[in-house]
Write a protein that binds this ligand. Structure first.
Ligand code: UD1
Length: 416
């Protein structure tokens, strides 16, 4: 298990290119199950989670070639079984459920189970598919879903689940009749998937809104698509500039998808400006303590909460961070405290009192974004910070240490 060794305190300067979004690429790759024709993808990020979904899809019959562009073709579905070993390592594996039932009428997918950031059930995925006529049984840790022909219906989601909306939207594309999904997730990644499905011949209205209307079609076709820029990676590098007193330029950054994050970073004092095709991010002299509450899109993303908290550790006052999406997403707090942060947890709220400086120490995180927050804090901390178990970071950030090094950070990947 590799670790990062960071000698903090260097202001970041220079340019960084943002990769394609992991959370857009995963459902778009799963959508390859919906057609026998080839799909060509541009800008798929080279990440561990992408390797995992490719492995799963290959097991199901998808044949991949190339890397950028990457081509996927599911001429035939050879298996409809998503095993525990893969689903356990990546919850997004559940995204094969809807497409498999829609295309071949059957899927056996491991239940994801708990994870470091909370219970994360998939009940809404199952409720929606059941309403579409699928018969669902849970047996020995597996979801067994069957449907000779899914039928269009009206689905209301209690919570606007992201992968749930994606699963049901993909299934509805090949169902008979019209499906309406109310309280659908509006995340840019959901919208990107809808656009891709439309290019494949799906009839979808309302993408990017909370009501999706999908008229089922007989078959979907191949297409060519480009993965949208990763708004969470972009937000993480913006914080990196702010927390180190730096000035950086982001390439391939879509500010339209980042309104809440940009607004809060600006309230914290960062200067964020569009400069032609690039986005300039400049740190303030003083980081202003700012409150945030995580919410479904277009609210502040839970996937940026930990990184924003790292910034607030060096704020000029008190910041209240409220986590409303996942019940257990403060795993980074104790580790940030090891670096000298002053944080108290009060239920779903973390109260962060800014300190003058952070001091390097060994730290370890249990999830992807928590690990990112520790790297950010380490970049600002005095002395040496070791971030252990960085395999979490490799799931979601392409060559993070290389990109940070190119911006002037003193960071090394060391086999632990
Ligand atoms: C997706 C993202 C993840 C992000 C999250 C929230 C992908 C691959 N992952 O995860 O990075 O942190 O959205 O923006 O896109 N819930 C239920 N029942 C369900 C489904 C969800 O109660 O059937 C609850 C969850 O426990 C959670 C909330 O709904 O409290 C939101 O979860 P959801 O949007 O489903 O997250 P994911 O799609 O798993």
């Amino acid at each position: 298990m590799d670790k990062f060794v960071i000698h903090g305190g260097r202001p970041l300067k220079g340019k960084v290119v943002i990769n394609g979004a992991k959370n857009a690429a995963l459902p778009m790759l799963a959508a390859s199950l919906l057609t026998s024709e080839p799909i060509t993808y541009h800008c798929v990020p080279a990440l561990q989670d992408i390797i995992t979904i490719k492995r799963l899809l290959s097991d199901l019959g998808v044949i991949f070639s190339g890397s950028d562009p990457l081509t996927a073709q599911a001429a035939e579905i050879t298996s409809c079984h998503a095993p525990y070993e893969l689903v356990r390592t990546m919850r997004a594996s559940i995204l094969v459920l809807g497409p498999l039932v829609a295309r071949v009428g059957k899927a056996v997918v491991s239940l994801p189970g708990g994870c470091a950031i909370g219970a994360r059930p998939v009940d809404l995925h199952l409720k929606g598919l059941t309403q579409m006529g699928a018969e669902i049984r849970l047996k020995r840790g597996y979801i067994h879903a069957e449907a000779r022909q899914l039928k269009g219906t009206e689905i209301y989601l209690d919570i606007p689940t992201v992968t749930g909306t994606e699963n049901l939207m993909m299934a509805a594309c090949l169902a008979k009749g019209e499906t309406i999904i109310r309280n659908a997730a509006c995340e840019p990644e959901v919208e990107a998937l809808a656009k891709m499905l439309k290019q494949m011949g799906a009839e979808i209205e309302g993408e990017g809104t909370d009501i999706l209307r999908i008229k089922g079609v007989e078959v979907l076709h191949g297409t060519e698509c480009t993965i949208i820029p990763d708004r969470i990676e972009a937000g993480t590098y913006m914080v990196a500039a702010g927390i180190t007193g730096g000035e950086i330029y982001l390439k391939n950054c879509c500010l339209e998808h980042m309104a809440a994050v940009v607004d809060k970073l600006q309230q914290a004092g960062l200067i964020i400006e569009k400069k032609g095709a690039e986005v300039k991010v400049k740190a303030p002299a003083v980081i202003k303590s700012t409150d945030i509450t995580t919410l479904p899109y277009p609210g502040f993303p839970t996937d940026m909460q930990a990184q924003f908290m790292a910034l607030m550790c060096l704020g000029d006052g008190v910041s209240v961070i409220t986590e409303k999406i996942f019940e257990n997403r403060f795993m980074h707090v104790l580790e940030l405290k090891r670096l000298g942060a002053d944080i108290k947890i009060d239920g779903p709220r973390a109260v962060v009192k800014g300190v003058k400086e952070l001091l390097g120490a060994p730290v370890m995180a249990t999830d992807l974004r928590a690990s990112a927050s520790l790297v950010l804090a380490g970049l600002a901390a005095k002395g040496t910070t070791e971030v252990l178990r960085i395999y979490h970071l490799d799931r979601g950030y392409v060559s993070m240490e290389e990109k940070l090094k190119a911006l002037g950070a003193d960071i090394e990947r060391v086999p632990a």
